[in-house]
Design a protein around this ligand. Structure first.
Ligand code: ADP
Ligand code: ZN
Length: 611
């Protein structure tokens, strides 16, 4: 209802507080919400987890009529709608999962003005029946989610999205808001052009994900390192483990299960049914570890993914950022963890060189890989590097491995000279394993067979251990002093730039190897605040566990995913504040009026009984 005495901003804030239980808008949300609520068009570029949903949900509540949300993620609509209903919003969806009778009921409710929000699949929206329904319904706005699906060059292209300009033509008075987490200017221009959003205001957010901690460790025994990471840092948490090949996905999942981890495989080679079943379990159950190829991605909207681990190197920083971005959408602390070694560099270079693609494509692919290697090898803040890649300047974050535990660097000039000489003296025909044997003076059968125990370089590197030499060779390749010959089974060769090092005209600075980052070290208070960490005492931890088990039962009883009831961050805040009354509980983020009414007493009782 229009009450002129209250400003639009106050009305949007009231909806945010009463319905969603949040105290304040985050970043640019306030401005976006006000602009759209006032009837303006908008294009919103915000990272995953940035809070895009509220940008159209709040205006849909504030404006008269129904907000229509176009989304390609059919599998998620039911959960999204359920989460809204939990907060007392009148929401429904129209997609192929509904029976004809169910769809008719939703259509009736929409036309009768009984819905605040209606989620529709794009192919459904474009049917004459649906367009006719919309013509009979009072519309608050159109929200076009995952708007980058209009881009024919992106991997999420949906042909139906191209026809969404029909909304503008048929319903010129209804404001439209398009949203995406894809950052590049080319996609942005395509969205504006194809959706006729030339007059829309564009809102670009920082692409930083402050609650994600980035860690990249040297690859030694990757599976054992992964298991230790899972056990030490994420017992019982949901997460994703990315591998490059289908075979490795299968093997890793099996191995984790054998070690007591609730892991499931996911890759494009599995039969559709098993794949869908595994995805559904990951989405709805607590604490599943999904081991997957990058086929697992789009359509994952689980807010409480606590970690994303890479056992293999992605192709580019874009890929790395998109994959790690699936962690911590709820804003609570999450980890992006990767093991990385020389074999990864060799493998990715081979994939580029042996692909059928054009030279131009190979050149771009190679440059992208170099940028990623720079991120892996940097002794500076990972986040500064990442954001700089996307054109954003920032300060060291305090929440990545190199900030928390700054790596030592050392003058590796002499070691590099030894390593490069070993490559040269053995005829540029051998890989790192053999070269390390020669340098360390290990006279095995193979070394003897080639007479390499007679070379001047034999044994000159006994002062460094094997792991240190692996680090040297990896960095020589990453830094471009040596290159990998794929025609010769990954033999290392000298690159042009090695000459200066061998002649003593250049010095080489390297990171010292660390197989295990001590990421448990505590954060600075400022970094903790940015990362959304709620510090819990011992009683708080116990209470948090009890709250989670209460939530599990409640979710089970209602047949919905746990996060639909309350988010981790809300439970953590309850465990921290230990509210003694409904009034105190109401101050906790994520507790709106409806949830207070539904769960308030149970939660206050739980807190009291844990005292
Ligand atoms: P996106 O769609 O951009 O990935 P979501 O809309 O799913 O992000 O929001 C991510 C998380 O942030 C959700 O858990 C949501 O509840 C939370 N969130 C969004 N806006 C706010 C806010 N203003 N205050 C507190 N939490 C918020
Ligand atoms: Zn940092």
């Amino acid at each position: 209802m229009q009450t002129p005495a209250i400003s639009l901003r106050e009305r949007t804030l009231a909806a945010l507080r009463d319905v969603f239980g949040h105290a304040a808008f985050r970043g640019p949300q306030a401005e976006i919400v006000e602009h759209v609520s006032a009837g303006g068009d908008a294009l919103v570029l915000m990272p995953t987890g940035g809070g895009k949903s509220l940008c159209y949900q709040v205006p849909s509540l504030v404006r008269p009529g129904t907000g229509v949300v176009v989304s390609p993620l059919i599998a998620l609509m039911q959960d999204q709608v359920e989460a809204l209903r939990q907060s007392g919003v009148r929401a429904a969806f129209l997609n192929s999962a509904l029976s004809a009778a169910e769809a008719r009921e939703v259509e009736r409710a929409a036309a009768a003005g009984e819905l605040d929000l209606l989620y529709v699949a794009p192919e459904r929206l474009l049917t004459p029946r649906c367009l006719d329904l919309l013509a009979r319904t009072k519309l608050a706005l159109f929200a076009i989610d995952e708007a980058h699906c209009v881009s024919q060059w992106g991997h999420d292209f949906r042909p139906e999205y191209l026809q969404l300009s029909v909304l503008h033509e048929r319903f010129p008075g209804v404001p439209r808001i398009a949203l995406t987490a894809t950052a590049d200017p080319q996609t942005r221009a395509e969205i504006v052009a194809r959706l006729a959003l030339g007059d829309a205001r564009i809102f670009v957010s920082s692409f930083d994900r402050p609650n994600i901690r980035y860690t990249i460790v040297d690859k030694a025994e990757p599976r054992a390192q992964l298991l230790r990471f899972l056990r030490d840092e994420h017992p019982g948490d949901a997460g994703i483990v990315y591998c490059l090949s289908r075979k490795k996905v299968e093997e890793t999942a099996q191995w984790l299960v054998g070690h007591g981890i609730a892991a499931l495989p996911y890759h494009a080679g599995m039969d559709t049914e098993t794949r869908a079943a595994n995805q559904a379990r990951f989405q709805r159950e607590d604490g599943i570890v999904m081991v997957a190829t990058i086929a697992f991605g789009m359509g994952i909207d689980k807010p409480d993914v606590r970690f994303v681990a890479h056992l293999d190197l992605p192709k580019s920083i874009e890929g790395y950022y998109q994959e790690t971005g699936r962690a911590g959408r709820d804003g609570s602390p999450a980890d992006a963890w990767m093991t990385y070694g020389l074999a990864d560099v060799v493998q990715q270079r081979r994939l580029i060189e042996q692909s059928e693609a054009s030279d131009e494509y190979k050149r771009v692919g190679s440059a992208k890989l170099d940028a990623l290697l720079g991120l892996c090898e940097t002794a500076g803040c990972r986040r500064v590097r990442l954001l700089a890649y996307f054109g954003e300047a920032s300060e060291p974050c305090g929440n990545c491995d190199t900030c928390i535990d700054p790596p030592e660097t050392w003058d590796a000039t002499v070691a590099s000279q030894k390593a490069l000489s070993a490559i040269y003296r053995t005829g540029q025909r051998f890989g790192a394993v053999h070269l390390i044997d020669v340098l360390r003076g290990k006279a095995g059968e193979r070394v003897a067979r080639f007479g390499h125990d007679k070379l001047s370089v034999f044994g000159v590197g006994a002062d460094l251990d094997e792991a240190a030499w692996r680090g040297v060779f990896r960095q020589l390749v990453a830094l471009g002093f040596a290159r990998v010959d794929h025609e010769a089974h990954g033999a290392l060769k000298l690159a042009e730039s090695s000459r200066a090092v061998l002649k003593g005209d250049a010095t080489v600075e390297m990171r010292r190897s660390v197989a295990r980052a001590r990421s448990k070290r505590s954060l600075s208070p400022a970094a903790a605040e940015r990362a959304g960490v709620t510090a819990l005492d011992e009683r708080g931890h116990a209470l948090f566990d009890r709250l989670k088990s209460w939530r599990r039962d409640e979710a089970h009883r209602q047949g919905v995913p746990a996060y639909v009831i309350l988010h981790d961050a809300t439970l953590a805040e309850i465990a921290h504040r230990k509210p003694a009354s409904l009034a105190e509980l109401a101050l906790v983020g994520g507790i709106g009026a409806k949830k207070l009414e539904r769960y308030g007493e149970a939660l206050v009782d739980l807190v009291a009984s844990a005292a």
